[in-house]
Every structure is written in structure tokens, then in C-alpha cells.
Design a protein around this ligand. Sequence first.
Ligand SMILES: [Zn+2]
Length: 230
Amino acid sequence: MNETNPHHPPQGTGETRYLTTSIPFVNAAPHIGFALEMIQADCLARLYRLRGHRVRLQAGADENSLKNVLAAEAAGLPVDVFVRRNAERFRALKPALNLSTDDFLRTSCSRRHLDGVDRLWAACAASGDIYKRAYSGLYCIGCEQFYKPTELTDGRCPEHGTKPERVEEDNYFFRLSRYQAPLRDALPGDRSGTPQKRSPGLDRRRSGGLQHFAQRHACPRLGYSGAGRS
Ligand SMILES: [Zn+2]
């Protein structure tokens, strides 16, 4: 399970701290911004270990994205070959940056990840947290997410500056509104967001009601894609 790292500091016996980085789309090689994120997470993990905590620092690669598929097509490579090549570049950051990462998961093929997703999906389906319906929305491929018109800047994605495309498809939704109260309680006002530019969005969601969110699945992907694998 854990990768061997001779520079890995020893585990403490105190409280458990679980840290995870974002999992990047592997449509390209890692850039300097992601190296910064990894180093920051590693610093935090090392600080917790020095304080005697039991720490798990996890990283990985998001391989189930349409933008990976489009990038593979542009490169003239099969998607699995393309994402494996780039995922290995992200994995190689560990020795290059002397990271103390405990694990690196590939979301299209890591067995323990797929088993975990199966269990989570089954639990959500059993509790009624997931349902399916037809959906029409504005989708940004760069973000791999739907936007409401009010979340756009002059009709464009606030992150990429591109115009989202209108997508209509059957989709699975998670009943996030069920968890409004516990999420609100878990995010007291002064801790709502770091970096601060994310705070307004969190505050708006916390006070204005949580929308059910969609997991887009009806497009070519690798690995897990909703209630089955594509
Ligand atoms: Zn975007």
C-alpha cells in the first residue's frame, strides 16, 4: 500500500490527521502551480508528524475527465496510454520534490479506489442520496462542472474565461440539500474559506441553500462514470 520513502518521518501516536491534495486532471504534465500545492501539503504533513500526530498524506490523479479524452485525441494517443503517461509524471513529483506522500491513487485503475467508489455509490444509492433525471445546463469542460448563469462572468466561466456549452443529458444527482445543517455547522463563519477568495461562494451556499449537484457521466471517460463503468 504505502510507498517506501527513506526520508519519510516516523508516525506519531497522537491524533489522526488526514490530508489530501486536489487530484489534478492529467491532460498535461504537471506545472509549477501544482508543485507548490504538493510542497505546501507536504510541509503541513511534516509539521503534524513532528507534533506527534498520526498522519496520512494522500495524492492522486483525476483520470475520468472529458478534457483528458480531448487532450489524448489532440495528441493522437489512446486515452489510457495518454493518461498513464501523464499520471506517472505526477507520481514522479514525489522523489523529485522529496514529498512524504503516503499514497498516490489513479482514479481509472487503482483497485482500492474503484472498490471504495463502489461502496460509496452503493451506500448513497441505498440511502436515497443519489437519483437520476434529465438535466440541461451550462457545462465548462475546463472545470468539468456545470454552472448556473448567475455564477458566470459576462456569460463566461469565471475560471477559464470561456463560454460554457449547453448540455442536455440524463444525469445522476446527489441530494446535498439533506446535509445543509451539518455542513453549515461544520463551517463556522470565521473559518469558511481559505483562500479568502473562496469565502463568498461558501457563504452563499451555506446561507442560500445547497443545490443538488450533478455528476456528468454520459460522455467518454476512463474508469468510473456513475452507476457503472464506461
Ligand atoms: Zn471553467
